[in-house]
Write a protein of this length. Sequence first.
Length: 227
Amino acid sequence: MEGVAAGEALARLYSASRLFVNFFQPSFKLASKERIGPHVRKRYFAPETPCARLLASSSIAESTKDRLRAVLATLDPLRLLDEIRTVQHHVAGLAAGERVHVLPHRDADLERFLNSLAHAWRAGEIRPTHRKGPKPARHWRTRKDPFEAAWPRVVTWLETEPDRTAKELFIRLRGEQPGVFTGGQLRTLQRRVKEWRALAARRLVFTEPLAELSAHVVATVSGSPPA
């Protein structure tokens, strides 16, 4: 997103956001910090807006405070929030490629604004409590499996000595094929062995043929979805 239209929209969004945050959005400010052994105890002042802190400060000149009070008297938090939402939608439209060159002008209305919040989620607007949905299960590999060629031999070892740990099998594999595997690949083999044991337990419970079990393991290791 770039150009004059985008610059004007972002400037208008920043202007409304700056006024709302400085004059109407309270925040905590650290008052003291004390270390007690391994713990740190922090105390905060009561939440205030940046404007309220300046008005309460003795180091700020009265003329400056008068200007702040004058600005505050002209502001309406409802209008600022409505302005922020309006320009956010405008910026989103520009980012999506919409040919919108004139920023919309809207007069804030309390009833209309509050009513719009109840169904804003239907249009895809993210709420403070918004949570992303679960990602779909991934059945493909993002990189080549380092044990693709050696896995049939590992399966043979597991079938002969099923009580062997993945670490023991990994050490044995590195001994037979020096320089092929690195220490950081142990976790990958552990996942493979864990799945093999789960499928072996399934075979015992459901009397699944060994051939089907082996095919399932090979398909899993190669990264292709099992049939």
